[in-house]
Design a protein around this ligand. Structure first.
Ligand SMILES: NC(=O)c1ccc[n+]([C@@H]2O[C@H](COP(=O)([O-])OP(=O)(O)OC[C@H]3O[C@@H](n4cnc5c(N)ncnc54)[C@H](OP(=O)(O)O)[C@@H]3O)[C@@H](O)[C@H]2O)c1
Length: 255
């Protein structure tokens, strides 16, 4: 049985993944943005391996999340699931970053560097990553006019790229990204057309399965099938430039 940490496990796909993994007998470490939001998993916390709290919009709290996970012990797998979608404004996190970038890309990057290295990592990306821009000139939206959908697409491009970069730099870790489909969670909305069940079953499978396909590394998945991601994702030059930029913005060096 594996020990798995899932960010954003209070809702939607993160909570569904936690429930599925607990039902299979795995030890799941839950995550909520605050003590108040931890109430959303009060029904399963007793069957879990514990809960860590912290708002991923804050670099200080993200570091505390990593410390909390490390105190529980080494993880077999980490599922970087937490994310936000269409923010009306750029926002301004305590460190001055765009909120979408901070929660959906900087936090998974920081946690990757600060959590004791697990055997497997999975990042929730999505089909919209294909609309992300390969230009890294203003990834924090300092000079550009805010476009919520573009910012989300870019953050999903960055985490898919991060997964591939890790596969190249950390050969001892299985690293993947997943497109869960457009599914009817709070984020996806009630009219989302894809299969909600399949929305979490790829990441739980990648986190725990010994199926030869699941113990590969460096791939982008949809419904347990490998897909070709955007060209930037598999471009080593783009990967390294992105990692350098994320390191500058967070102060966390990965490689
Ligand atoms: N649903 C889709 O159609 C779809 C499609 C493609 C990709 N995805 C990706 O799949 C992942 C899960 O999405 P979902 O549909 O399950 O979304 P969701 O239902 O809105 O759940 C998002 C989770 O992330 C947490 N979260 C958000 N901001 C946070 C913050 N600042 N600090 C800590 N936790 C935070 C939320 O906590 P709270 O409950 O406290 O807000 C919640 O647990 C996301 O990365 C999303 O981009 C979803």
């Amino acid at each position: 049985m594996a020990r798995i940490f899932i960010t954003g496990s209070t809702e939607g796909l993160g909570r569904a993944a936690a429930l599925a993994l607990i039902a299979e007998g795995h030890e799941v470490v839950l995550h909520a943005r605050s003590r108040q939001r931890a109430a959303a998993v009060a029904d399963i916390v007793g069957q879990s391996g514990g809960i860590v709290t912290g708002d991923l919009a804050s670099a200080v709290e993200t570091r505390a999340v990593a410390d909390g996970v490390n105190r529980i012990g080494p993880m077999d797998a980490v599922i970087h699931n937490a994310g936000i979608y269409l923010e009306a404004h750029r926002g301004n996190t305590p460190e001055g970053h765009a909120t979408t970038l901070a929660v959906t890309a900087l936090a998974p990057y920081m946690l990757t560097g600060l959590i004791e290295r697990p055997k497997r990592v999975i990042y929730l990306s999505g089909g919209m990553h294909r609309g992300g821009s390969g230009s890294l000139r203003d990834i924090d939206w300092v000079t550009r006019t805010w476009q919520a959908s573009q910012a989300y697409s870019e953050s999903k491009l960055y985490v898919a790229t991060l997964a591939c970069a890790l596969a190249r730099h950390w050969p001892d870790v299985l690293s993947h990204s997943v497109d869960p489909g457009w599914v009817p969670t709070r984020m996806g909305g009630p009219s989302a057309p894809d299969d909600l069940e399949m929305g979490h079953l790829t990441q739980t499978w990648l986190a725990t399965s010994t199926d030869p396909a699941a113990i590969s590394t460096g791939h982008y998945w949809h419904h347990r099938r490998r897909q070709q991601p955007a060209a930037e994702v598999v471009d080593p030059g783009f990967q390294d430039r992105l990692i350098d930029r994320l390191a500058e913005l967070t102060g966390v060096a990965l490689f």
